[in-house]
Write a protein that binds this ligand. Structure first.
Ligand code: FNR
Length: 392
């Protein structure tokens, strides 16, 4: 309604409400390097394409003559936190490559829309800087986990996050190393190594990393930013250096819920429950890591059947519009993470662009539920009975 009313006064939205056009529009706006990094995927984009295709296999079946007072309630509770709606912003690194205000603009938008913001370890803004911009918003911290020989750096990051008001820890497990990404390779571009352009502020501002760097290179971080960027990148992508038993270290150093991100198998979901974390993100990193993989949505119901009663289930990879969110929730996700769409909003309009994307997704989700005759996102009504599987 408010959009149409603004239209009567000739006030146009920041950019289109057609969420399937955001990618194309943003790609026209971004530099070749940023476009390659954000839109880019692993290998031949097979996993990314499957992520999208999986949503089309499910259809939402509407119910009629459902008497409800008003629009569906989106409020929910996840990890013991009250959320205004079942969405959060996925952790995305180096956001300054698409907008000079980067994470600060995105996190302000998150607070404005009442959506939790997950800060990436690969952020181009510091933990404290993002906390300040986020203000009273809900914020969670994503860890790229240094190898155990650098436990002191990990502990320092966790402490800083806790002190700055981040209330949940997301640990990303699908990024042993950055994936095989032809677009970045063609551009010779790894944003983490471009300290001059985007920095890797979380590392550069970390006192334990600073002294580690000084000991190893005999220089301060500021004296050799490019070597520091390379060192930090090597540290946070330490290849296959952790096992399930190491999760215990994080539990000892993080007082709050822990969520393992990048889970794609029933086996790993059960292991997560076994080691006693509070949640998982069913995610394949938007198809950016492993090519030739399965769709993330395809695995969701199987994982929900295995551990949905024990763990909070987050979902991402391939969400483009409000109906996609409804489908993921119907298949058993408690909360979905929005990935590329908000980076496109950031590229197209900074803070205002991210607000536009979040409001559009929330509004469309709300309308989709209403038209399907669903009064809330509660599992008693929003469940698999709402979907039919289309024949291939
Ligand atoms: C990511 N993602 C990501 N994940 C993470 O845990 N830490 C990170 O630093 C990043 N960085 C990052 C950069 C960019 C440019 C993208 C597009 C993605 C993955 C992200 O959290 C999420 O899993 C995917 O974006 C979900 O897929 P869609 O929604 O983009 O299809």
């Amino acid at each position: 309604q408010s959009v149409y009313k603004r239209g009567l006064k000739y006030e146009k939205p920041a950019f289109t409400f057609q969420s399937d056009k955001w990618e194309e529009l943003a790609c026209q706006r971004m530099s070749a390097e940023s476009r390659g990094y954000v839109y880019g995927s692993a290998g031949t984009r097979e996993t990314t394409d499957k992520n999208r295709a999986a949503f089309k296999r499910w259809s939402i079946v509407p119910r009629r003559l459902v008497k409800t007072q008003q629009f569906a309630s989106l409020a929910t509770k996840v990890l013991g936190h009250d959320l205004a709606s079942p969405i959060a912003m996925a952790p995305i690194g180096v956001q300054r490559i698409v907008n000079p205000d980067g994470e600060e603009a995105a996190t302000r938008a998150a607070a404005q829309c009442n959506v939790p913001y997950i800060l990436s370890t690969a952020s181009s803004t510091s933990i404290e800087g993002v906390a300040k911009a986020n203000g009273d918003g809900q914020r969670w911290f994503q860890l790229y986990w240094p190898s155990r020989e650098h436990d002191d750096i990990t502990a320092s990051l966790l402490k800083r996050a806790k002190d700055a008001g981040y209330t949940a820890l997301f640990v990303t497990l699908d990024t042993y190393l950055l994936g095989w990404r032809p677009s970045d390779m063609d551009n010779g571009y790894n944003p983490f190594l471009r300290a001059d352009q985007v920095g890797v502020s979380i590392g550069f501002t970390d006192p334990v990393f600073q002294s580690h760097f000084k000991e190893k290179h005999g220089q301060d971080v500021e004296e050799n930013l490019s070597a520091a960027a390379a060192e930090w990148t090597r540290l946070v992508f330490p290849s296959m250096s952790h096992g399930w038993e190491d999760v215990n270290f994080l539990q000892q150093h993080w007082d709050g819920p822990i969520v393992l991100k990048g889970i794609q198998t029933i086996h790993d979901a059960k292991k997560a429950a076994e080691v006693g974390v509070q949640g998982i993100v069913v995610s394949n990193h938007g198809g950016r890591q492993q090519d030739g993989g399965n769709s993330s949505l395809g695995m969701l119901p199987h994982i929900v059947d295995a551990v949905g009663d024990k763990l909070a289930i987050f979902f991402d990879s391939g969400i483009q519009g409000g109906a996609d969110i409804v489908k993921a929730l119907a298949l058993g996700a408690d909360c979905v993470l929005i990935g590329r769409p908000y980076m496109y909003g950031l590229a197209l309009g900074g803070e205002e662009g991210v607000v536009h994307v979040l409001n559009a997704l929330i509004g469309e989700m709300e309308m989709t539920l209403h038209l399907a005759g669903l009064p809330s996102v509660d599992k008693s009504v929003l469940n698999r009975s709402v979907l039919v599987r289309e024949e291939d």
